[in-house]
Design a protein around this ligand. Structure first.
Ligand SMILES: [Zn+2]
Ligand SMILES: [Zn+2]
Length: 114
């Protein structure tokens, strides 16, 4: 059965929530100097696994997912969202942040070359 999910726009660096994907992009630029590419006008489409709903009311059967403002991708934790940014949008992360990430991570996989 498909899960009921609501897409949350949250900053992957500090977990700050904003109302709109556009606001999140603005927020990331202002606060973290991170520029997210513009998303196409694609919408979330419900599928076999997820039914996307819009609500501001918390409910037990509704799961919150953190959406990427650039891709139609969503994750259940900020850490997963962050991993997605670092692996799928390496160009948008300022060097300062990458070093931080490198310190936290023990994996030596040098994926700088793109
Ligand atoms: Zn933030
Ligand atoms: Zn993304």
């Amino acid at each position: 059965m498909a899960k009921l999910v609501v897409i949350i726009n949250a900053c992957f660096e500090c977990n700050q929530r904003v109302a709109q994907p556009q606001s999140l992009r603005k927020y990331l630029v202002t606060k973290h100097s991170i520029t997210i590419p513009d998303r196409t006008r694609a919408q979330w489409h419900s599928n076999n696994n997820f039914t996307y709903i819009k609500t501001t009311t918390a409910h037990d059967s509704i799961e919150e997912q953190l959406g990427c403002p650039a891709y139609l991708q969503h994750y259940s934790t900020v850490q997963e969202l962050k991993d997605h940014y670092y692996s799928d949008h390496p160009g948008i992360i300022p060097p300062m942040h990458r070093q931080q990430q490198h310190r936290q991570s023990t994996n030596n996989d040098d994926s700088e070359a793109v």
